[in-house]
Write a protein that binds this ligand. Structure first.
Ligand SMILES: [Zn+2]
Ligand SMILES: [Zn+2]
Length: 237
C-alpha cells in the first residue's frame, strides 16, 4: 500500500489549510496533498503524512482482520460442507444397512412361515394317513351252522382288505353293531350275550342282565344296551 500523500508544487499564494483550521495561524503552503487536495506547509505536511500513515496502518490492520475473517468463513464453509456431506453419507449408509437388515429379517420370517406352513401341511397329511390306517370297517355276517344261525364279525381297512374275522356264535337275527370310533366295536346279539371287540381279535364277552339288541355309545367309556328300548343297562368298558 502506498501513502495517500503525494507532493506537488502549489501556488505560493495559497496558505496552509491546517495552520489556519488547527493552529489558527497563517503560513504559506509548501505543497498540496493529492489525496485531500489541500495546500499544506512543511510542518503540517509532515503531521498530515503521519496521520495518513496511521490511517493506512489502521485500514491495513482492518483489512488483514477482514481477510482473516473471510478466510476463516471460507474454511468454515468448506469444513461444514464436507461435514454435511459426510453426515449425509453416514446417515444413508446406516439407513441402507438398517433397510438391508430389515429386508433380510422379513425374508427370513417369510421363509420361516413357509417352512411352518409346509410342516403343518405335512403333519396334517401324516395325521390323515394314521387316521386312514386306523379307520376300519366291521361287518357282521350270519350263516347257518348245524341248522342254527351263527354270526361272525369281519374287519376290513378302507380299501376293503380283510384284516380279521371273529366267530361270535348263535344269534336270533337281532344283531346290532356300534363303534366308539377308537377301534372298539360293540355288538348285541338279541340275547344276554354282549361283545366288546377290537380289530386285533381281542374279544370281551359281557353277560347282560336282560336281553339286548340296541346300543347307544355314551361318553366316558360307557355304552347303554336295551331290548326294544326297555330295561336299559349301562356298561362301562
Ligand atoms: Zn501548516
Ligand atoms: Zn491529505
Amino acid at each position: 500500500m502506498t501513502s495517500a500523500t503525494s507532493l506537488s508544487n502549489v501556488d505560493d499564494c495559497e496558505s496552509c489549510v491546517l495552520c489556519l483550521s488547527k493552529y489558527n495561524r497563517i503560513r504559506p503552503s509548501f505543497c498540496q496533498c493529492k489525496h485531500c487536495s489541500i495546500p499544506l506547509c512543511m510542518d503540517c505536511m509532515k503531521e498530515h503524512h503521519e496521520e495518513v500513515l496511521q490511517d493506512v496502518a489502521q485500514i491495513s490492520h482492518q483489512y488483514n482482520e477482514l481477510k482473516e475473517l473471510l478466510e476463516m468463513k471460507q474454511k468454515m464453509i468448506v469444513d461444514e460442507t464436507t461435514k454435511s456431506i459426510e453426515d449425509v453419507n453416514q446417515y444413508f449408509k446406516t439407513y441402507i444397512n438398517e433397510l438391508l437388515e430389515t429386508q433380510e429379517k422379513i425374508i427370513l420370517d417369510i421363509e420361516k412361515a413357509k417352512q411352518d406352513a409346509q410342516s403343518y401341511v405335512l403333519k396334517i397329511d401324516s395325521d390323515l394317513r394314521i387316521v386312514g390306517i386306523e379307520i376300519q370297517v366291521a361287518s357282521i355276517c350270519m350263516r347257518m351252522q348245524n341248522h342254527r344261525p351263527v354270526f361272525h364279525v369281519t374287519f376290513c381297512d378302507l380299501k376293503m382288505n380283510k384284516l380279521n374275522s371273529i366267530l361270535l356264535g348263535k344269534c336270533d337275527g337281532c344283531i346290532e353293531i356300534r363303534t366308539d370310533g377308537k377301534d372298539r366295536f360293540f355288538i348285541t346279539t338279541g340275547h344276554h350275550r354282549f361283545y366288546i371287540i377290537h380289530s386285533n381279535g381281542e374279544k370281551q364277552t359281557v353277560n347282560l342282565q336282560n336281553d339286548g339288541d340296541c346300543i347307544a355309545v355314551l361318553h366316558n367309556r360307557r355304552v347303554a344296551v336295551s331290548k326294544q328300548r326297555k330295561d336299559m343297562e349301562i356298561i362301562a368298558y
